[in-house]
Design a protein around this ligand. Structure first.
Ligand code: PEP
Ligand code: MG
Length: 585
């Protein structure tokens, strides 16, 4: 039946990243490879070995193809990892042992290979040598791919999305999110506005709607859909009338965005002459170009965990140094705040169950600085890389998830050890490196006065601070409506942090999603924050508003908000403030 004959269905979700897309759906179902086990008849054993050889060949082809793509699109350094993967396939010990296992047990090749590779992965993960441990990660990655080929499973990875499709998934893992730019739009059954895939989608200007329960069960790959990321709506089998209406909306939005972008080259100064520092959040080295294009005054948050999430192994000191140095050098003399590793929570490192055991409450668990202080060998590799990059630009270092002064002191002690190590090696770094802390845990907010004594700057992570203050899981769509940035508890806490920091001349910026929303930006500026850091794509709309408002009005808005008790009412005041100054038409 032709697609036009299917009935139009409108589904409501949560608006997560603005924009409109009309395309065919790619249903993305992630599943672990399940390995069947059976005996192969004696007369079929030759064919079984041939099947194994074909899977090896197919895997080799796929990896070589990915290597070429990465080389072309990202760079030769980043493509090196795939050489290591190809070497795994050449490994005579691994392959030979698999064949011997097959000869002695007569079980299918999947079972034999799975057993042998698991033994190798375990052995490598226990070796006390960083290089060899990383080889375990390579084997795991390749083994997964080889098993998929043996099982005849189509590759179900976003990295191979052929044309621009609307990706419909149950959820998108942070490592999958690296490939979101290949999609026309993103729709997920679960998730919320501050889940990491959404943050990445917004940075890449990919429209997204989340919390569309069970949509994966209602659609198939190839179905047509329209995604309205502004209002959080997904329209399945859109009619001609709907497409025409959305065509008009899209035109209107485009002309509004062009108007916003006209202020791109203008300074961010309010009508009463107060300059506002606007910074960018980045996840990857390539985003430096966006920072430049959108005229950000620097990077207020470099989420370095993406270097780890997209790799089957821990990145080496040199690999990290290269990434940090590239960012620092390209943007100098603008400052770049490099945040140390924030893995865990909604950013678990895939395929590393030994380092990241499953937790029932990951946001309250083994995350960020807690992980780093426990695994100082991993932490030190990163600290040395950041320190070395500090010799090549205006680098600042920031710790995530600091809960109090003692934890900060422990992190700084490790940093000092790394400084001593570099001195011993004769490698340069900025001896006056500014070190700051994210304020995103209520205990850090309450003890801001103590932390300010030991910090050169603060950056408030509202994404986490709100979830911990209000006890609202930031990625749970069922309670997403309770995640309220304008809750009085949030505003009062922000005020406390800013006031305590300023008493000790410690500057405070905000790098959570709240900073990039023009509805909330005046509220933050009215509290006296010194900088706003956001996905580069948001800079034009915030700058436009800054240039259309006075700081005096922002302070009055905040003062009034501090007297109100209803989050909805405070939101309405903020929204009215914005609408009075920025007209869509
Ligand atoms: C935050 O929590 O606000 C923040 C910026 O950090 P992340 O979103 O990476 O947790
Ligand atoms: Mg955070």
């Amino acid at each position: 039946m032709a697609a036009e004959e299917k009935k139009e269905i409108i589904v409501q979700g949560i608006s997560a990243s603005p924009g409109i897309a009309h395309a065919q759906i790619f249903l993305y179902i992630q599943s672990d490879v399940e390995v069947p086990s059976y005996l192969v008849d004696a007369e079929k054993r030759g064919e079984e070995v041939a099947r194994f050889d074909r899977a090896l060949l197919a895997t080799r082809h796929q990896i070589s193809k990915i290597k070429q793509e990465v080389e072309k699109n990202i760079g030769p350094e980043e493509a090196l990892i795939f050489d290591a993967h190809l070497m795994v396939l050449e490994d005579q010990a691994l392959i030979g042992e698999t064949l011997r296992e097959f000869e002695s047990t007569g079980r299918n090749m999947e079972t034999c290979f799975n057993k042998v590779s698991a033994r190798y992965i375990k052995a490598f993960s226990e070796i006390d040598d960083e290089y060899l441990r990383e080889r375990g990660g390579d084997i795991r990655d390749v083994a997964q791919r080889l098993l998929q080929n043996l099982l005849g499973q189509a590759e179900n990875a976003l990295s191979h999305l052929a044309a621009q499709r609307i990706v419909v998934a149950n959820d998108i893992s942070p490592s999958d999110s690296a490939n979101i730019d290949r999609s026309a739009a993103l729709v997920t059954d679960s998730g919320s506005k501050t889940s990491h895939a959404v943050i990445v989608a917004r940075s890449l200007k990919v429209p997204a709607v989340v919390g569309v329960r069970d949509l994966t069960k209602r659609v198939q790959s190839g179905d047509w859909a329209l995604v309205d990321g502004y209002d959080g709506v997904v329209i399945l089998n859109p009619s001609e009338t709907t497409l025409f209406r959305y065509g008009k909306i899209q035109e209107q939005k485009k002309s509004f965005e062009t108007r916003l972008f006209e202020a791109n080259d203008q300074p961010a100064i309010t009508l009463d002459g107060v300059p506002v520092t606007l910074l960018a959040n980045i996840e990857k080295v390539e985003e430096v170009k966006l920072v430049q294009d959108y005229r950000a005054e620097g990077v207020g948050l470099y989420r370095t965990e993406y270097l780890y999430l997209n790799s089957a192994r821990m990145p080496t000191e040199d690999e990290q140094f290269l990434a940090y140095k590239t960012v620092a050098e390209s943007l100098a003399p603008r400052p770049v705040i490099i945040r140390t590793l924030d893995l865990g929570g909604d950013k678990p490192m895939a395929g590393n169950p030994d380092l990241f055991p499953k937790e029932s409450n990951p946001f309250m668990g083994f995350r960020a600085i807690r992980f780093c202080l426990e695994h100082q060998d991993i932490f030190k590799v990163q600290l040395r890389a950041i320190l070395r990059a500090s010799a090549h630009g205006k680098v600042r270092l920031m710790y995530p998830m600091i809960s109090g002064a003692e934890e900060l002191a422990r992190a700084n002690a490790v940093l000092r050890t790394c400084m001593a190590e570099l001195k011993e090696r004769g490698q340069a770094f900025d001896e006056k490196l500014a070190v700051g802390a994210m304020i995103e845990i209520p205990s850090a907010a309450t003890t801001a006065d103590l932390l300010a004594k030991e910090c050169a700057f603060f950056s408030i992570g509202t994404n986490d601070l709100i979830q911990y203050l209000l006890a609202i899981d930031r990625v749970n769509d069922r309670i997403a409506h309770l995640y309220e940035p304008t809750h009085p508890a949030v505003i009062r806490t922000l005020k406390h942090i800013v006031d305590e920091a300023h008493k000790q001349q410690v500057p405070v910026s905000v790098c959570g999603e709240m900073a990039g929303d023009p509805v909330f930006a005046p509220l933050l500026l009215g509290l006296g924050v010194d900088g706003l850091s956001m996905a580069p794509a948001w800079l034009p709309s915030v700058k436009y508003l800054v240039r259309a408002m006075t700081m005096a009005d922002a302070r009055a808005l905040t003062a009034e908000a501090l007297t109100l008790s209803s989050p909805k009412e405070i939101y309405a005041r903020c929204d009215a403030f914005y609408r009075a100054r920025v007209k869509m038409e």
